[in-house]
Design a protein around this ligand. Structure first.
Ligand code: ADP
Ligand code: ADP
Length: 225
């Protein structure tokens, strides 16, 4: 677990600034939802924390480390994507193990982590299936399993439920929340869905046009006149 500090964070593409002086303190174990309309900069912000976009100016700190210059692999984060990004030719087990295999982690330790994650996500019966033999919800759980086995300090979720139908979305939302509470991993979750944001977030960072419009608990935001 780790706190995250965003300080005077700016992102520009060429001459166009798309994130303007974003500030935010995220505590250890907190679940933050970044919410706002399409194009407001949510994904860019998340990708900067992940190290998939460069920082134009400002600072991103995870724990006591400034991570601006670090490669994604050195940031101690795990990201869950909208499109799952599973390897179709690999089994569920292999998909979950893959990111660990190319780090120097022992076979036994990998097997232990994969089975532990499979238990948490109720994926044990599916470990030898291929992604195409799974439902959408199960695929999303595999994507989460792949993040969990990394044992990260931070989870980053990029609209992870937007490819699911409405009913499954509600169910998976609850699962994600329970999972995060159980693991206590500091999390940033990006969505354009306000209900999802209100249901999931300890606090919501509301972005609009690249500015942080509000940053507070659902109750604080709901009670605002
Ligand atoms: P959101 O995730 O909230 O939909 P994005 O972070 O994807 O918003 O985009 C924020 C703004 O940055 C948008 O105006 C988008 O067009 C612009 N943008 C995103 N990626 C690039 C890029 N690679 N080059 C130029 N502009 C970009
Ligand atoms: P490595 O473990 O050597 O980083 P991976 O295949 O796991 O190799 O990852 C390749 C790149 O993608 C790395 O930069 C890694 O940090 C990133 N990556 C892989 N899986 C995830 C994930 N679930 N969340 C965040 N980043 C990931």
């Amino acid at each position: 677990m780790a706190s995250i500090t965003l300080k005077d964070l700016v992102k520009a593409y060429g001459d166009t600034e798309v994130l303007h002086h974003v500030e935010g303190e995220i505590s250890d174990g907190e679940f933050i939802v970044v919410v706002g309309p399409s194009g407001c900069g949510k994904s860019t912000l998340l990708r900067m924390v992940a190290g998939l976009e460069t920082v134009t100016s400002g600072t991103i700190r995870i724990g006591d480390k400034v991570v601006n210059q670090l490669e994604p692999a050195d940031r101690d984060i795990a990201m869950v994507f909208q499109n799952y990004a599973l390897y179709p030719h690999m089994s569920v087990r292999e998909n979950m193990a893959y990111g660990l295999k190319i780090r120097k982690i022992s076979k036994d330790e990998i097997a232990r982590r994969v089975e532990e994650a499979a238990d948490i996500l109720e994926l044990r019966p599916y470990l030898d299936r291929k992604p195409r033999q799974l439902s959408g919800g199960q695929r999303q759980r595999v994507a989460m399993g792949r993040a969990i086995v990394r044992n990260p300090q931070v989870f980053l979720f990029d609209e992870p439920l937007s490819n699911l139908d409405a009913k499954l979305r509600v169910q998976m939302r609850l699962e994600i929340r329970k999972l995060q509470q159980r693991l206590g991993v500091t999390s940033i979750y990006v969505t354009h869905d306000q209900v999802e944001a209100m249901t999931l977030g300890d606090r919501l960072m509301v972005l609009n046009g690249g500015y942080v419009e509000q940053f507070g608990t659902p109750i604080e935001l709901y009670d605002r006149p």
